[in-house]
Design a protein around this ligand. Sequence first.
Ligand SMILES: *[C@@H]1O[C@H](CO)[C@@H](O)[C@H](O)[C@H]1NC(C)=O
Ligand SMILES: *[C@@H]1O[C@H](CO)[C@@H](O)[C@H](O)[C@H]1NC(C)=O
Ligand SMILES: *[C@@H]1O[C@H](CO)[C@@H](O)[C@H](O)[C@H]1NC(C)=O
Ligand SMILES: *[C@@H]1O[C@H](CO)[C@@H](O)[C@H](O)[C@H]1NC(C)=O
Ligand SMILES: *[C@@H]1O[C@H](CO)[C@@H](O)[C@H](O)[C@H]1NC(C)=O
Length: 363
Amino acid sequence: MVSTSAIFAILSLSLASFTQAQTCTPCEDVHFFLARGNNEPYPGRQGDLVAATCDGLSSCGYENLIYSALFTDLSCQTTYDGVLAGFKQLTSYAERCPKSKLILAGYSQGGQIVADILGGGGGVSFNGCIQPSTPALDPTTSPGNRLSAVIIFGNTRHTANQPYNFGNGSSFDGLFPRTDAAMLTALDKYTPVLRDWCLEPDPICAGNKSDALVSTHLGYYQHYSNEAADWIKSVAGLKDKSDHQTVIPTYVSGTVQDYATVANFTPSGSVIPAATTVPVVECGDLPANSTSTSSNLSTSRSVTTASSTAAPSTTSSSVLPASTTAAPTSSATGATGSNGSSTSYAANMGLVVFLTLLVSILA
Ligand SMILES: *[C@@H]1O[C@H](CO)[C@@H](O)[C@H](O)[C@H]1NC(C)=O
Ligand SMILES: *[C@@H]1O[C@H](CO)[C@@H](O)[C@H](O)[C@H]1NC(C)=O
Ligand SMILES: *[C@@H]1O[C@H](CO)[C@@H](O)[C@H](O)[C@H]1NC(C)=O
Ligand SMILES: *[C@@H]1O[C@H](CO)[C@@H](O)[C@H](O)[C@H]1NC(C)=O
Ligand SMILES: *[C@@H]1O[C@H](CO)[C@@H](O)[C@H](O)[C@H]1NC(C)=O
């Protein structure tokens, strides 16, 4: 199954996955749940989107849905685990933080996880594996009715011509389009707050076509984070507070696997139901709604904010979102566990070149 393995390789964006304890952070006014792409570290490319959205907001942050994104793990298992983690983490946060606005976001395989949460999951995926069915999230009760915005880029299960599709890839199917009418009906209900963003040259969400460009799939957050953040703020009714400046850590997008070897690692097999164990969040007597707290080893963190009143010449948004191609600085979070981040740029470019070749072979 060369083609399947190769496409899996396209999704395998980086080699890093770290198991970390989920910790409890104070309630934030705006809280993201991030489903990362295959083989990305936490939080992956979506860090840029969080940065762009949180900038100007005084209380805003994220947590990662906890699941292995390793390309060496069965994709049906990791997607299924991500869906279960999403249910659990969304429910828990929504109960604990009744005033927070919740934003669900996913990239690539993580985009599938997000849509599986909303519309129901299950079906065939890479290497013919079968992902067990999971139910759709009820949009009329918590946490479904707490979602202020849901945004997906490069969805592996992108399905043509849905009302929430966005971008010039909207009329194309991705690798595993949904054929289950019940799933599509369930997803439709989220249309007012949902955007499933896909550009035509993306081979993952817009079909395996002759003009496919992997760089389109890898570049969404570099190019569209600000536009996506504007949409999120608009649909979620968020207003910038100019006296707050977001301090954003620079994220490492991930070190990169040697893609020549991916096919040797891509497994097939059966999912172990409910294998996932999402760490229980222990909140104790943590005061809700305090600011500037974050654990450097946590998979979640509050984006720290600073009042600009003491800083004379700052503009309202002087911090640029981290670029996925800029040589990343090692951030204080320690959350990615990346070693030798300065190699990341070269490795990413190597990946792009390799994947471009791969796609041209496939096409
Ligand atoms: C945080 O506190 C502010 C001001 O006290 C309040 O307006 C806001 O609703 C609180 N946010 C949450 C998520 O509780
Ligand atoms: C789709 O839109 C993107 C972004 O504007 C653009 O780069 C790309 O060329 C467009 N694709 C086609 C086939 O026009
Ligand atoms: C995390 O923070 C603690 C205390 O703030 C510090 O002692 C520790 O070295 C930090 N760890 C990392 C990896 O930065
Ligand atoms: C980190 O990088 C150094 C030098 O580049 C290497 O010797 C070491 O094995 C790496 N450590 C890990 C954990 O990859
Ligand atoms: C992609 O398209 C080409 C030509 O149409 C085909 O030979 C190849 O099997 C396709 N690959 C996948 C993964 O669908």
